[in-house]
Design a protein around this ligand. Structure first.
Ligand SMILES: Cc1ncc(COP(=O)(O)O)c(C=O)c1O
Length: 367
């Protein structure tokens, strides 16, 4: 692939792929990128839910971005790890909650590129899912450094990177949730992919697209990609973190910086920051007691998704997003066409002998 970064040691199943972005805007061939995702992900209709939900529902199956470990983080990592490799990094340092999907995806795919992985992890409520994730992060070979609160995670990651540099290593820091401009670009590509699927008739243009809103890179990238393709669907980010972390200003900033970066590489990339911002809505009604805390409506959402779509949701992100979609379908969006972006990996990492959790890490999962 001319101009695109080829990782030094390709894992067996890492294949070359021309991106929709670089195909359409030639200057974007210079974006560091490695192909780790199986794309496009399918569109799945959920016909049996229409009468119960009050709206027509489709799923964009981003849980299947990779058979090893899927979900939304894989798309982000194509550009995040591309950047790390292009910089000549030998180590990545990232942060997340103890059971972070982002940390696990980073541990799996970075290890495949023979990059060492450090995760600075902060506490979250215990759930069987979160404990499994944390054990899987260790099993994937990451070194986990506990900190007592989210606010300390990034400073600790930066201090750790500085120490590693002094020891002669070349660390690359990936921000929480992988939501730097590079990570957001993974979802610009997803927006273009979805617009192609609409054009091809896999689904009609949705009135609204529902996605869990955490560090906001997924929603921001989708908004840019869809606006660049002329799709005007509303993107509803269902907030699963406190408002201080995900809010309009944060989304606007990510959108603005991403469009600027893409335009700098190819001036023909359209100036869609304004329409992209105006297409995003935030639903703040599903958070409940806080990040990672299960809610009763979320549990009901998990049951509906399992029964009607055969979809497993997690309590922290996708159950809350699905619940927001059901509430909209029963109210202001009755009769509309709704698309759910499934951002949770369908592949659960399995291991026979995962390392036991030492007490320092077990304390990260609060009962
Ligand atoms: C399963 C899942 N869905 C959605 C999100 C939210 O994505 P973003 O942080 O880009 O808003 C995350 C982030 O960690 C996630 O793990």
């Amino acid at each position: 692939m001319p101009g695109q970064t080829v990782p030094p040691r390709l894992g067996r199943s890492i294949v070359a792929r021309v991106t929709l972005l670089s195909d359409r805007w030639r200057g974007l061939r210079h974006l560091p990128f490695i192909a780790i995702a199986d794309l496009p992900t399918p569109i799945v209709p959920v016909p049996t839910l229409a009468s119960k939900a009050g709206a027509a529902i489709w799923i964009k199956a981003d849980g299947r971005t990779s058979p090893r470990y899927g979900g939304n983080k894989v798309r982000k990592l194509e550009y995040l790890l591309g950047e790390a490799v292009a910089e000549g990094a030998d180590t990545v340092v990232t942060t997340g909650a103890a059971g972070s999907h982002h940390a696990l995806a980073t541990a799996i795919f970075a290890s495949e590129l023979r990059l060492r992985v450090h995760v600075v992890a902060f506490p979250q409520p215990w759930s069987a899912h979160a404990e499994h994730q944390l054990r899987a992060i260790l099993h994937a070979g990451a070194e986990v450094h506990p900190v007592p609160s989210p606010a300390l995670a990034l400073p600790r990651a930066q201090a750790l990177a500085a120490r590693l540099r002094l020891r002669g290593r070349r660390p690359h820091v990936i921000p929480p949730g992988g939501s730097s401009v590079a990570g957001v670009i993974g979802y610009v590509e997803a927006g273009l992919e979805l617009s192609r699927q609409i054009e091809a008739g896999a689904l009609p243009e949705p009135d609204a697209i529902f996605v869990a809103l955490g560090t906001a890179g997924t929603a921001a990238g989708l908004a840019v990609g869809l606006a660049a393709a002329g799709v005007t669907s509303t993107i509803v980010g269902v907030r699963v973190v406190p408002r201080a972390i995900a809010n309009r200003a944060r989304i606007a900033e990510l959108i603005g910086r991403t469009v600027m970066r893409l335009k700098r590489l190819d001036e023909r990339f359209p100036d869609v920051a304004k329409p992209a911002r105006s297409h995003v809505e935030i639903d703040g009604e599903e958070l409940g007691p806080g990040y990672g805390a299960e809610t009763a409506v979320g549990r009901y959402a998990m049951r509906l998704a399992r029964e009607h779509a055969g979809l497993s949701l997690d309590p922290t992100y996708t159950a809350k997003a699905w619940s927001g979609m059901m509430r909209a379908a029963a109210g202001p969006r009755a009769g509309q066409r709704l698309l759910f972006v499934d951002t949770l990996s369908t592949a659960a990492p399995s291991f026979e002998r995962a390392p036991r959790l030492p007490d320092s890490l077990r304390r990260l999962l609060r009962r």
